[in-house]
Design a protein around this ligand. Sequence first.
Ligand code: IMP
Length: 433
Amino acid sequence: MKNIVVVGAQWGDEGKGKVVDILAPHFNIVARYQGGHNAGHTVRIGERKFILRLIPSGILHDECSCVIGNGVVVDPGAFNGEIEELRELGVECEGRLFISARAHLILPYHVALDRVREERLGANSVGTTMRGIGPAYEDKASRCGIRAGDLFYPDLLREKIRANIEEKNLELASIGAETVELDSSLDEFLAEALRLVPFIRDTAAMINTATRDGKSVLVEGAQGTMLDVDHGTYPFVTSSNATAGGAATGLGLPPRNITGALGIAKAYTTRVGGGPFPTELLDKHGAYLQKRGNEYGAVTGRPRRTGWFDAAVAGYAVMLNGFDALALTKLDVLDEFDEIKISTAYRCHGELLEGMPYGANVLAECEPVYETLPGWKANTSRTTNFDELPSAAKDYIRRVEELCGAPVALISTGPDRTETIIRNDSPVSAWMK
Ligand code: IMP
């Protein structure tokens, strides 16, 4: 059995899309288990650039089937738009892309509420992607959510949506926000949503039948460990379990059938939105990382905050997800630094902390404890062989491994699929057999 979960080891945007794209041809199914179109997985193949927000990156490989699991929240308009974009690029989705009947849908009132709540939080806003993700998960938990399978029962569905709109409008009106117009909103939504019907299946049953028949599943995480609703920098998190455990509930894949986990970490750190970021660089180095690393959100276009590699963050991710290995991306972005820093731990009010502090409020008061390593001052972009890396770059990678407690099995040295080092005799090379 080979069912591997790929999870971001930082605050998202680590380059999961590229890694999933490299691994996908070695798997039968690629599945998403959480999040929605707040994710932005950029994949570059030659001159062509794809940004996948909701549909698993495996869709770019004809031989893969793709699943949007029950743990994902689906915006019908976004889904249809992505299908169209892919069609224009010559990628057909029908017959090999499936949405769980149990996946919750994002409705216009979720988007309205996301926006209004963020505005009201002002300086304390989470900095969400404004896609309605949080409010859709709230409805799931409070048992008034609309699920993809409800589309098979249009009369009941209309009734449920009507009741929800009335309820949401009370909330919107109470805070002086514009309410959602009932009939037009319902009709518009249904026009988009009913186009999902041919894709809807009992995907948990599909996946379990497939694994019983010897098929393999590559499970594609979105966001990252530090954005996990339970383990991340709460409340500056997304509203789902981005960590590996979410793969079991978000797909209906039994935990014992998840046979491996790969963590993706950038060679430095980035974060979009609000919340603490101990290694953030607000100086010329941070600006350089942003420019050289092209650190702008794939979904919202927002500039990403940048900072040095934080081994406390990545080590915490190794612990929570049980990573067999790490993939270190964007190594080449560090090529020109004279010196490179890694944060090994935090100090809070003079005290050295072990592990990850409890909450965002404590983390905000932590200072990173830095170790300085010499830069390699050489071009590593497009390198495909570990032995050809400058010795200072190899030392940097070895130090990351030591501090995080996991081997670095894959190193990305450029945006293209081919600009990648896959280390021999590593978990990743074994999964690619
Ligand atoms: P939401 O997921 O839109 O509710 O946003 C919650 C937080 O997660 C915000 O800080 C977002 O910037 C962040 N976030 C959501 N999706 C991603 C992603 O794919 N990459 C990086 N950050 C994300």
